[in-house]
Design a protein around this ligand. Structure first.
Ligand SMILES: [Zn+2]
Ligand SMILES: [Zn+2]
Length: 259
């Protein structure tokens, strides 16, 4: 191919990427893949991205072999039945989710939803209503969307179950990024309210978030929903395993991102 040909080929590929960004590349490492519709990730990512190690039966965080429940779930009674996160929030998964959350890559939601859908089916999770962790309107205005809501809408399509807006974030809280579980709980208190409570009365809810770090946000939302609902299951794309026992270092802690 001559230089002009190469130029047109590159331009054509770029245009394809803009309009069909997911048609042929692994959503985590960008490697070309053949059967995107079947799996939106490549074989080498498949070996690394899944949250497959020994994990807490309640919150899906990694725990030492032989243990069943993590220390946090032992010391804090959870308001949700189970928190389900198919992927590990690290390396390329982390990069991909940051693109989804902060770089307008809304198209990724479809693929994430598919991964969550298969994981929930595998665990035979049943529910009547899909809802999501709310974001403050100033944040939505800045970002243009609430990632958890976009994800909930895609999951709702896959399950054929309606998505309902049941929670609202009424005060802009201090960023959760560097706070401990207890500080996060205090920070969240009164910042979220239940709306549309009739629609969740005696129902089993699927509460959707993008990533879960300490469970403080999803647990607080579950507590509010449980004021009306029967049960709450939580799901997110990925689990950030930086808990009490796994906290790596201060820099890593700073990278933690929730709502
Ligand atoms: Zn890959
Ligand atoms: Zn746990």
């Amino acid at each position: 191919m001559n230089r002009l040909g190469k130029f047109f080929r590159k331009t054509y590929d770029k245009i394809l990427d803009i309009f069909f960004p997911l048609d042929k590349k692994c959503i985590f490492c960008n490697k070309e893949i053949v059967d995107f519709k079947e799996k939106p990730y490549c074989e080498s990512c498949e070996k690394e991205i899944f949250n497959n190690e020994n994990k807490c039966i309640k919150c899906d965080t990694k725990i030492k072999e032989g243990n069943i429940v993590c220390d946090n779930c032992k010391s804090h009674k959870r308001n949700f039945e189970k928190c389900l996160c198919p992927l590990n929030y690290e390396n390329n998964v982390r990069k991909s989710i940051l693109k989804f959350k902060d770089d307008n890559a809304i198209y990724l939601a479809k693929s994430y939803a598919k991964i969550i859908y298969e994981y929930l089916n595998h665990h035979q999770i049943k529910f009547d209503v899909v809802t999501f962790v709310p974001s403050h309107k100033s944040k939505i205005k800045k970002r243009g969307y609430n990632p958890a809501q976009v994800l909930a809408e895609e999951l709702s399509k896959l399950f054929g179950i309606e998505v309902k807006e049941t929670l609202a974030k009424v005060t802009l809280t201090q960023s959760q990024k560097t706070l401990s579980f207890t500080d996060r709980q205090q920070n969240l208190k009164d910042s979220i309210i239940v709306i549309n409570s009739k629609s969740i009365k005696s129902k089993t809810i699927l509460l959707v978030d993008d990533i879960v770090t300490t469970c403080a946000t999803v647990d607080h939302c579950s507590k509010l929903l449980k004021g009306y609902a029967e049960k709450v299951f939580v799901c997110a794309i990925a689990r950030n395993h930086i808990g009490k026992n796994q906290r790596k270092n201060k820099d890593e802690e700073k990278k933690m991102i929730e709502i």
